[in-house]
Design a protein. Structure first.
Length: 588
């Protein structure tokens, strides 16, 4: 093997690693966050958790990505540690699919049909189809498909290049002697750990081992301990991702390490004891790519079947390793839990990050709705505690806006799909609208507080009119929040009709108040306060309408302008809806 063969091998390795990255990225973008949603909605069945973990990893082609994702879920509080264990075990099984795909390069048959199964035969076609889609199609789903096809082709070309480059090593005595050192269990395992820890991908390190099989100098006695070490080395990625996370997230990463460590120790003990007793004849045979895939799969299935029944013990072991600090409070404000949900690990997966943002904005909406409910309730029964609660919620909403806005701005630097880019812009509008609603709710609370301090109150008539207006406003707040949370446009025209009703009520209440003022039934000071409250209600309604429209735009393929909904005012259906609401919220 000369210098140029070495360069070819390095180039092949670079193509192999880049192809694996490209393939995983394309699959992740194509999933649009659906894989992550499945993980998040995990059931409490251990075996179903394993199957889902295996399925998701097989699709996104990376156990490291799945495990890091799970660490993020545990850190954000969306998933319990007990749920994460099954998914982590399943991820180890799912990652074996890559080695089976790569093993196709070892097909050695003259049959035309068998040759067609070799990746070198169809990866070139995949590359051409991918390039055509990338160059001549502007659709997002076509670009994702192109990335997947090109990534697979580059991966396979890199694999073939590596295999061809390392073949001359079979005639190099130094290389053969080096491999003999790794035929012992412990040195071989350490070599596998180091290789995988460096490139941070067990799939890639197994692929490299399969490429070395082309030399014919790698025996199964060398390959087996290296494969076992590779499974331990892949834990480095999850351990690194857990730095700076919650204790539970660190425990999830530790569980991954313990699973592979214990599984490796038990498997090695059983395997080498049996080998000593019956002496496996294949151990000195030259390893083949499909043989590497078989060993890799058997180990991971063995470890999962062995340790899944003892997952509770693994969880306890993780708790013993990472203990609770003395005096650590178990009670955390809900907003702190939401802040954890916006985990920095999700930044590299924009679809998942956007889904996390949607959930946190939904919680922000819940806080805003509660703030409005308490603020409007002050008109009927004033308490100082309620005012302080509204003011605290206003501060919470301000913090929500700051945290979510900062997180969304971090996402702008990523390669977002067209839908995610549009959604990000709309989410920024929504958090601004929610924050303004909480400001107006706090303004209403302050107006009520001023009246209470001066021991003033509205007349019975004004109180009744404001109560009707409050009912319409709270209905609009609930509807707009529901539209956002469910991304369901069923109530979009109702919110627009409610806005018109609220504007009409505002005009009527002001006119009635002027009449009472002229008759001396109300003071000028109370008139200003009433006007402030009515104005606050009208502005809340306006922001609710903007949230509703933005939320519906999120699910649309092509973003709509605001007037696209307002134009519906002229239809008979809208008029009927408006008249019905007008009768429901009519002033006495």
């Amino acid at each position: 093997m000369d210098f140029f063969d070495l360069l070819t091998m390095i180039g092949g390795l670079a193509l192999f690693l880049y192809g694996m990255h490209l393939l995983g990225e394309g699959l992740s973008r194509a999933s649009g966050g659906r894989m992550e949603k499945i993980l998040e909605k995990m059931t409490y069945s251990k075996w179903r958790a394993v199957l889902l973990g295996a399925g998701v990893t097989a699709i996104i082609q990376s156990s490291s990505a799945t495990t890091v994702m799970v660490v993020g879920f545990v850190n954000s509080g969306m998933m319990k540690l007990s749920q994460a264990i099954g998914i982590i075990m399943g991820a180890n099984v799912g990652t074996t699919i890559t080695s089976w795909i790569l093993s196709l390069t070892g097909i050695e048959s003259g049959s035309f049909l068998m040759q067609l199964l070799k990746p070198s035969a169809f990866s070139q076609i995949f590359a051409m189809i991918g390039v055509i889609l990338l160059l001549f199609s502007g659709k997002e789903k076509h670009k994702n498909a192109a990335t997947i096809l090109i990534g697979f082709a580059v991966l396979m070309i890199g694999m073939d290049t590596m295999s061809a480059a390392v073949k001359p090593l079979a005639d190099v005595p130094e290389f053969t002697n080096l491999l003999l050192l790794f035929s012992s269990p412990v040195p071989g395992m350490i070599a596998g750990i180091i290789l995988t820890a460096v490139i941070q991908s067990s799939s890639a390190s197994v692929g490299i081992l399969q490429a070395l099989c082309a030399t014919g100098a790698v025996s199964y006695s060398t390959a087996v301990p290296i494969i076992l070490g590779q499974n331990i080395g892949t834990c480095v990625t999850a351990l690194l991702s857990s730095v700076g996370t919650s204790r539970n997230a660190k425990r999830a990463a530790i569980v991954h390490l313990y699973f592979n460590l214990i599984g490796t120790v038990v498997f090695m003990a059983v395997f080498y004891l049996l080998n000593a007793a019956v002496e496996f004849g294949f151990m000195q045979d030259a390893a083949r790519p499909y043989g590497i895939a078989v060993v890799h799969t058997i180990f991971n299935i063995f470890a999962t079947c062995l340790l899944l029944p003892f997952s509770d013990l693994l969880e306890k072991l993780a708790y013993l390793t990472i203990r609770e600090e003395s005096g650590e409070s178990a009670e955390i404000r809900y907003i702190d839990e939401d802040v954890k949900a916006l985990d920095s690990r999700f930044i590299n997966n924009p679809a998942l990050a956007m889904e996390q943002c949607r959930k946190v904005i939904s919680h922000m909406g819940d806080t805003v709705q509660e703030s409005c409910r308490k603020a409007t309730g002050l008109l009927e029964g004033y308490t100082r505690e309620a005012v302080e609660s509204v003011q605290q919620m206003e501060k919470d909403v301000d913090r929500y806006e700051d945290v979510i806005g900062t997180y969304l701005l971090k996402l702008t630097g990523k390669d977002l799909s067209e839908r995610d880019s549009r959604t990000l812009t709309l989410y920024l509008h929504c958090i601004g609208d929610f924050e303004r609603i909480s400001d107006h709710a706090a303004g209403i609370a302050i107006a009520c507080s001023r009246m209470a301090d001066k021991e003033q109150s509205f007349s019975a008539k004004a109180q009744e009119e404001l109560s009707i207006l409050s009912g319409a406003v709270m209905r609009m707040v609930e509807r707009s929040k529901r539209i956002f949370q469910e991304e369901n446009g069923d109530f979009i025209y109702e919110t627009e009709a409610l806005r018109v009703v609220i504007d009409t009520l505002g005009v009527q209440i002001r006119k009635r108040h002027v009449k009472r003022l002229r008759k001396g039934k109300c003071t000028i000071e109370l008139g200003f306060l009433l006007s402030d409250i009515v104005t606050g209600y009208e502005r809340i309604a306006a922001h609710c309408a903007q949230i509703a429209v933005s939320a519906v735009q999120v699910r649309e393929e092509d973003s709509m302008e605001m007037h696209g909904y307002h134009m519906e005012k002229g239809t008979e259906a809208f008029q009927k809806l408006y008249e019905g609401l007008q009768q429901e919220y009519i002033l006495p």
